[in-house]
Design a protein around this ligand. Structure first.
Ligand code: UDP
Length: 385
């Protein structure tokens, strides 16, 4: 008998899963999204005034080391090569990011070779910190106080709304330090931007018989789960349970839009590292598609704040109290029947697009295997560590 599945959320998790399940199992799939558009926080659409393709929820650059994931996304639309080069302003000067040989030479007014810079930085790192336990210790240990204060302290305090000491070291580990002039913000082998934006990728993924998308449709666990053979939930885990134990901490992002003629800042992303500047970065989206021509430009100042009741959750904070709460919610979820949880919000993790896509691909394989062998169906797409 044809199974009926419901997927909550039309971001990459939901779309990758729908694409795979409908082709491998005898099923019909409804995807519901409470927003008015497809694609979750990866949604893109053209700006009404300039025609520039805008990443509506902030810059998204696709990058991965896994050929399987790169081939998968490229099978839906064309991706053009794009290398993300970010600059940062600190105390009135513009620097190259991530910290590389150019940044070090500029910042310390030196002319170091790679080996000299490596040696120099080793003398700056605080070696009394042997096993860095948090963001600040990780930074002080590897780059020392001056570079930390110039590039990370203020930005991180604005971005996360707390002292960097309270944050996990893993957040800083996203960003490399290089002893050469490579200023590619990312370290992955495959990197690019879809020519028609990310929404087009997801549109193609779910353009299959048996998949139906409903927008502006709110899900309520109490009433909607029983109608389906299985529900795949990609929304916030605490929301699924009506926040019964309290709210998981998230930062949200707000944007202020501006227009200008020509080119406003000369690149796609400028970070503002000083605490006194209220925004974290400015993204000028025409630079994400250097193959397009636009006379006018649109850019967005990005502000970070604590997530209120009606705000969209962006960055999971994962402070100690959050992790305790997460354990309780996961336990409650494990007790449910016929519901699975996957993706950034349902697993409460800071994930990039390629992580989300890779995990949804793996999860769907597991689910299909379990269905075909009558084994217990997986509840979460990850094991919480
Ligand atoms: N970060 C910083 N200064 C910068 C860029 C990043 O302090 O100029 C820190 C900040 O805590 C941020 C983290 O590094 O949250 C990860 O940065 P990334 O650029 O990966 O953030 P995303 O693009 O995901 O917001």
């Amino acid at each position: 008998m044809t199974a009926r599945y419901l997927i909550i959320g039309s971001g990459f998790s939901g779309c990758v899963l729908a694409n795979s399940l409908v082709q491998n199992l005898d099923c019909k799939i409804d995807i519901w999204d409470e927003r008015a558009h497809l694609g979750g926080n990866c949604h893109t659409s053209r700006d009404e005034e300039t025609g520039v393709m805008v990443h509506r929820y902030g810059p998204h650059i696709f990058n991965t080391d896994k050929k399987e994931i790169w081939d998968f996304v490229n099978s839906f639309v064309e991706f053009k090569p794009y290398v993300h080069r970010v600059k940062a302003q600190s105390k009135g000067k513009t620097y190259s990011l991530p910290i590389n040989l150019f940044t070090i030479n500029q910042f310390f007014n030196k002319n170091f070779s790679p080996a000299e810079a490596r040696e120099f930085l080793a003398t700056l790192g605080d070696k009394s910190i042997t096993d860095p336990q948090n963001f600040e210790e990780q930074a002080l240990h590897f780059i020392g106080a001056d570079l930390y204060k110039a590039f990370f302290y203020g930005y991180t305090k604005k971005q996360w709304g707390c002292e960097p000491k309270a944050l996990p070291a893993s957040i800083l580990k996203r960003i490399p330090v290089r002893f050469n002039y490579d200023d590619n913000y990312h370290t992955h082998s495959y990197t690019g931007i879809p020519v028609d934006g990310y929404t087009a990728v997801m549109e193609k993924m779910i353009d299959l018989p048996g998949i139906e998308l409903s927008l502006n449709k709110k899900f309520t666990a109490k009433t909607d789960v029983g109608e389906y053979d299985h529900v795949f939930y990609t929304g916030p885990l605490d929301a699924y349970f009506d926040y019964c134990y309290g709210r998981l901490g998230y930062r949200t992002v707000t944007f202020e839009k501006f227009y200008a003629e020509g080119d406003y800042q000369g690149l796609s992303q400028m970070n503002y590292c000083d605490e006194e500047v209220p925004y974290t970065r400015i993204a000028e989206h025409k630079h994400f598609t250097p193959w397009e021509q636009h006379d006018k430009t649109v850019y967005f100042k990005e502000f970070s704040k604590e997530t209120g009741k009606d705000d969209l959750p962006y960055y999971p904070k994962r402070l100690e109290a959050d992790k305790e709460l997460l354990k309780k919610y996961r336990k409650k979820a494990e007790e449910l029947e016929s519901v699975s949880f996957l993706g950034r919000l349902a697993t409460y993790r800071y994930m990039d697009m390629h992580h989300v896509i890779g995990e949804a691909m793996e999860f769907s394989k597991k689910f299909i295997l379990s269905m075909n062998s009558n084994e217990t169906l997986p509840v979460f797409s990850n094991i919480e560590q």
